[in-house]
Design a protein around this ligand. Structure first.
Ligand SMILES: NC(=O)c1ccc[n+]([C@@H]2O[C@H](COP(=O)([O-])OP(=O)(O)OC[C@H]3O[C@@H](n4cnc5c(N)ncnc54)[C@H](OP(=O)(O)O)[C@@H]3O)[C@@H](O)[C@H]2O)c1
Length: 296
């Protein structure tokens, strides 16, 4: 559906993540089949610490997806009382196991543990989340490496839906390490599906709506429910909702629903960026198993 920005009843074209994820995962499945035919079973290991229900649920989703794609998915569940050394020992074992291609530590981990320290123990080439400092450095330098999943998923989502990015003005609201910062680096890279003029705004830019209002593509990456409202959106712009907060099982997105009345295209409240993030995780793991660095 197209948009007439002057109409209050106008509704933006939706940019769902599911078909994007399906396409990526079907390519991954082909790659897995070829590897298995050559005698290699790709393997994505998961580590869960503690008994958080939501985290256990996310692990189950990833294991189900792994099984569907033909990945092995070794799993270690440490008790909530596990020490930092216990966690490091698990990661070191996976690092040393040539049959394990990717490792994911489910976030969040119990408060007495340091996630960033654990991440640094992980072999950067097995860091399928793309969050290891070495991989952030590779991203900054444009070197091959596992790309952070949510930013890479957003680039793929825009490309799939035919949203031109190259040469356009992208504004990212939020400079967090998971989303805003790596996304800004990614979309500024010299590539057909990126190559944008990227501006990043945050709490240090009190008048951030001045920037978002001129964005041709606006990405919300703040984690503040409802922070992006119609008056912050340039009429006809593309709006991508990345930031979310959970209250229990309730998902509260950064982008207020009413933005659909102003935007030209917008990710849906549910099923936008999320599915593409999971697909990128498996794409990263496959590329390690194929023997190339994931970003190559
Ligand atoms: N959909 C998915 O699959 C997916 C995956 C990963 C992450 N996420 C979501 O993405 C969001 C961002 O995560 P993150 O770890 O990258 O970031 P983060 O560390 O939570 O940081 C949030 C960023 O937003 C900015 N911000 C917060 N409130 C603001 C305000 N009132 N005005 C302007 N800027 C504001 C902060 O500015 P300062 O730097 O100045 O504090 C910071 O840069 C979270 O909601 C997370 O849940 C979603």
């Amino acid at each position: 559906m197209s948009v007439s920005s002057s109409s209050t009843t106008a509704t933006a074209r939706l940019l769902p993540g599911k078909p994007v994820a399906e396409r990526i995962l079907s390519e991954v499945a082909e790659g897995v089949a070829a590897l298995r035919a050559a005698g290699v079973t790709p393997s994505l290991a998961t580590v869960l610490v503690g008994d958080d229900d939501a985290s256990a649920g996310y692990i189950r989703i990833k294991q189900r997806q792994a099984a569907e794609l033909g990945f092995a998915s070794p799993h270690v569940h440490l008790p909530a009382s596990a020490s930092q050394a216990d966690l490091h020992a698990v990661l070191e074992e996976f690092n040393a196991d040539a049959g394990v291609h990717g490792v994911l530590v489910q976030h969040p981990i119990p408060g007495h543990l340091d996630y960033d320290r654990a991440l640094q123990v992980l072999d950067p080439d097995k860091d399928v989340d793309g969050m290891h400092p070495v991989n952030m450095g590779r991203l900054a330098l444009g070197l091959p490496g596992p790309l952070p999943c949510t930013p890479a998923g957003i680039e793929a989502l825009l490309a799939y839906h035919g949203v031109p990015v190259a040469g356009r003005e992208v504004v990212v609201l939020g400079r967090g390490a998971t989303l805003g910062r790596p996304l800004a680096m990614l979309l500024a890279q010299k590539r057909e599906t990126a190559n944008a003029a990227v501006t990043v705004v945050h709490t240090g830019v009190a008048d951030w709506p001045r920037y978002t209002r001129r964005a041709e593509i606006l990405v919300a990456a703040a984690g503040v429910p409802g922070i992006v409202r119609p008056e912050h959106v340039r009429p006809g712009a593309v709006v991508v909702g990345g930031g979310v907060r959970y209250e229990g099982r309730r998902l509260l997105p950064d982008v207020d629903e009413s933005c659909a009345q102003v935007a030209g295209a917008i990710t849906p409240r549910v099923g936008g960026v999320g599915p593409t993030t999971v697909a990128m995780l498996f794409r990263n793991a496959l590329r390690v198993a194929q023997g190339g660095l994931p970003g190559s």
